[in-house]
Write a protein that binds this ligand. Structure first.
Ligand code: ADP
Ligand code: NA
Length: 331
């Protein structure tokens, strides 16, 4: 299995990013050979601040490594240092069809009412995504619900290219299969059970940041919004209680338990008992991550070295596919 996955570089990482995204990468390392990239080329499809982009790329690398992505085992890099991504995108633009891209719902969502003012990059970035995975002959790509359509497009492009430009016994591209990420937890705000935990929430009390120290974590859990009822003894008792469900869900996700198992331990207890237990567990599990993250994010030389080494390995893996693509096109 060769797994390729990308993530947009963002700063201010929080528990939602960890449980919803980063931890899946850590676990995927058990499943096959992994290439993980920071999608910095994708980031320029939307308005952005250059200094923030480079800072966020480093910050994200620090978080990934602190959380357990091993740069000696997996290939961890940023797109911008591997020119083959942009090159292959251009080569694939000859194969991708306008009609295919016109059907992409993400473009419609992200461009909103301002279709005419959207960047060309926002329109064509599914082709870059195709290049990202086809470049490495990925066999498997983890995709959430919102990315399924883009992986289908990558397969369509690969298939058409192979049909048009390669012989049947020597295809240029492998058609990657989707893998659904395991228990991609959706973590809600600690202040509002109907809003996603997010870095853009103005209240810092709404989220647990990967930079929070033990005392801050305990305080945030203690102040988290709840209701006056004790915890139920089964998951269905959490219906209509979004804040309670979120806290129990966080406990379950961190402990690797299912919700019913957590409620078997805490059903009938009030939050006066549950919150300290949750706080303690979060501190225990996040403390080692926090320590590495806080240290590593200040070590610019180490982060740059990780990315440089990763990019070297990625460039070497990409070279034969890129060469075969040029040759197939008569270039
Ligand atoms: P934010 O919402 O804080 O801006 P991003 O949009 O930058 O986070 O998301 C980065 C990654 O983290 C994405 O893969 C996203 O699905 C995941 N993620 C972000 N917030 C949450 C959350 N509250 N619960 C689960 N996953 C999340
Ligand atoms: Na977001």
């Amino acid at each position: 299995m060769r797994i390729v996955s990308g993530i947009q570089p963002t700063g201010n990482l929080h528990l939602g990013n960890y449980l919803g995204a980063i931890r899946n990468w850590v676990r995927m390392q058990e499943d096959g050979e992994c290439l993980f990239f920071l999608a910095d080329l994708h980031a320029i499809s939307m308005p952005h601040v250059p200094a923030d982009l480079s800072a966020n790329t480093r910050e994200m690398v620090a978080a990934l490594v602190a959380c357990g992505v091993d740069p000696d085992r997996s290939i961890l890099f940023n797109q911008a240092q591997v020119p083959a991504h942009a090159e292959l995108q251009w080569l694939l633009n000859g194969t991708a069809r306008m009609g295919w891209l016109n059907r992409m719902t993400q473009f419609k969502d992200k461009s909103g009412k301002n279709r005419e003012g959207a960047s060309i990059a926002l329109f064509t970035y599914p082709v870059l995504q195709a290049a990202d995975v086809l470049l490495y002959q990925a066999t498997h790509v983890p995709v959430g619900e919102d990315q399924k359509q883009h992986l289908e497009l990558a397969r369509d492009i690969a298939q058409k290219f192979n049909n048009d430009f390669a012989s049947e016994d020597a295809p240029v591209f492998t058609l990657p299969d989707p893998i659904i990420p395991r228990d991609a937890a959706r973590i809600m705000s600690l202040r509002d059970g109907s809003a996603k935990m997010s870095k853009s929430d103005p209240s810092d009390m709404s989220r647990i940041n990967l930079t929070d120290d033990a005392e801050t974590i305990v305080q945030k859990v203690k102040k988290a919004k709840t209701d006056p009822e004790p915890l139920p003894s089964e998951a269905k008792g959490l219906e209509g209680r979004p804040e309670a469900a979120n806290l129990v869900g966080i406990y379950a996700a961190m402990a690797g338990m299912d919700v019913d198992m957590v409620l078997a331990d805490f059903g009938g207890e009030g939050f006066g008992k549950f919150k300290p237990a949750l706080g303690e567990m979060l501190v225990e599990m996040l403390a080692p991550i926090n320590a590495r993250f806080v240290e590593l994010r200040q070590d610019r030389a180490a982060l740059d070295a990780i990315l440089r080494k990763g990019a070297e390995k990625a460039r070497a893996l990409a070279a034969p596919t890129l060469e075969a693509t040029y040759a197939a096109l008569g270039l």
